[in-house]
Design a protein around this ligand. Structure first.
Ligand SMILES: *[C@@H]1O[C@H](CO)[C@@H](O)[C@H](O)[C@H]1NC(C)=O
Ligand SMILES: *[C@@H]1O[C@H](CO)[C@@H](O)[C@H](O)[C@H]1NC(C)=O
Length: 405
């Protein structure tokens, strides 16, 4: 090693002999002159230009280090373009994990005392009167008056009243789910939570087929269904709703007045389709429940400006389920082997700035990982190892997988 590296390298760095290194590929055109070399699954060597090389060994830990974008990476290079220099113990595909019944029950009790999720999960006809004014979270000077289709669509009473499920799956939308082969495992759960009406039909092997509860931000209508302004987009949207069967569609309708138009459109579609026999039950989260969930995590040292829908779904699941497994919760643009991951499993090339975006997924991940270690929730990554052909394809810049949303 050069003087340079001795001066800069952290104390716990381990030197390894160069002839042990398998140099996968170099990146010639990279203007930053940064090169990542993967040695084994557990040893990472990083060259920071000008011959300054760090080697680091990880026995139980894998690392994603933060560097500026490595451009024009060549086929075979497993570059980590990602987020923070975060390290944490790997979760193997086959991992013994056991539920700690007592710890999970204690957690559930705390949660139910502070959040009243079973009671407040949705406005109901028995709890809210026609004409009730509900102010928006973001613009409290504006409000919605509960009336018309929204009132008609409300459930009579809380759908979780007196309910308790044995096993639940919460499916986040993280890119780690792509090629995870977790579908059949997810489908064994008694109750499946999903987020934001994510597509499932082209991803059954990875994400399963069943849905008992899914959220839908009103903006989804605009972003993915062109406000159903054509016969085709309308059909696609109705088909997607039909996949929910007689499950619940949770619509955060009181976040911002900006979503008003979509909420009204959505309510009128749901009214119309209910008459056509669409069996799903819409739910409208109360302010009490969303605030309480936010507060619950913030008083537990998880300081995030905005909770992700995924964490919110986990919180709900934790209060109505004996055993919860999480899928698609993984806060990085790369998996542990350095393969690129899209932000969402149903996108091809999206990225999220995990450090600067409003969602602090790494902080959430740490909180969930600590619950995982206590036997309270099970975090899953892949359910089968990534097949080698996918592994190779993923890192080929010419790789095309046209399954989109
Ligand atoms: C990365 O590591 C450095 C040095 O250990 C630390 O100062 C910095 O805060 C870390 N960054 C993140 C995002 O954790
Ligand atoms: C969950 O949904 C599946 C079908 O999607 C259904 O068969 C099952 O009964 C539902 N579970 C509960 C507890 O409602």
């Amino acid at each position: 090693m050069t003087k340079r590296s001795r001066r800069h390298g952290p104390a716990h760095m381990t030197k390894i002999r160069l002839d042990n290194i398998i140099l996968t590929k170099q990146n010639r055109n990279d203007t930053c002159r940064r090169l990542l070399i993967f040695v084994t699954m557990t040893t990472v060597a990083v060259t920071l230009g000008q011959g300054y090389t760090q080697y680091k060994e990880y026995v139980d830990y894998h690392i994603s280090m933060c560097f500026s974008v490595v451009r024009n990476t060549m086929y075979g290079t497993k570059s980590l373009l990602t987020t923070g220099n975060w390290t944490y113990p790997a979760l193997p595909t086959e991992e013994p994990w056991t539920l700690d019944e007592e710890a999970a029950a204690n957690f559930r009790e705390e949660l139910e005392q502070e959040c009243h999720i079973k009671r407040d999960i949705s406005l109901t006809k028995s709890s809210a009167k026609v004409g009730k004014k509900i102010v928006y979270d973001v613009e409290p000077q504006h409000y919605v008056t509960l009336a018309g289709p929204m009132y008609v669509l409300l459930p009579e009473t809380s759908p979780f009243d007196g309910k308790f499920y044995n096993t639940c799956a919460v499916v986040g939308n993280g890119g780690i789910l792509r090629d995870s082969k977790c579908g059949s495992e997810i489908d064994t759960a008694d109750f499946v939570f999903r987020c934001n009406l994510a597509p499932i039909s082209r991803y059954h092997e990875d994400v399963g087929t069943r849905t008992n509860f899914t959220t839908m931000n009103p903006s989804v209508l605009k972003t993915y269904y062109n406000r159903v302004n054509s016969e085709n987009s309308r059909r696609r949207f109705i088909n997607r709703l039909q996949e929910i069967g007689d499950g619940f569609l949770w619509i955060p309708a009181f976040v911002s007045k900006m979503g008003e138009r979509e909420v009204n459109l959505l309510n009128s579609i749901l009214m119309g389709e209910r008459l056509n026999g669409l069996p799903l039950q819409p739910l409208y989260p109360t302010k009490e429940v969303t605030r309480a969930i936010f507060k619950f995590w913030n008083t537990r040292k998880l300081e995030v400006p905005r909770l992700t829908t995924g964490l919110c779904m986990y919180t709900i699941a934790a209060s109505v389920c004996r055993q919860v497994a999480l899928y698609g919760f993984y806060p990085s643009n790369h998996d542990r082997e350095g393969n690129r991951l899209p932000y969402h499993y149903y996108e091809r090339r999206s990225r999220y700035n995990f450090e600067q975006g409003p969602h602090k997924m790494y902080n959430e991940y740490k909180a969930l990982k600590s619950l995982h270690d206590k036997g309270i929730v099970r975090l899953r990554e892949r359910c089968k190892p990534l097949p080698s052909y996918v592994y190779a394809m993923r890192n080929n810049p010419h790789y095309r997988d046209d399954r989109g949303r």
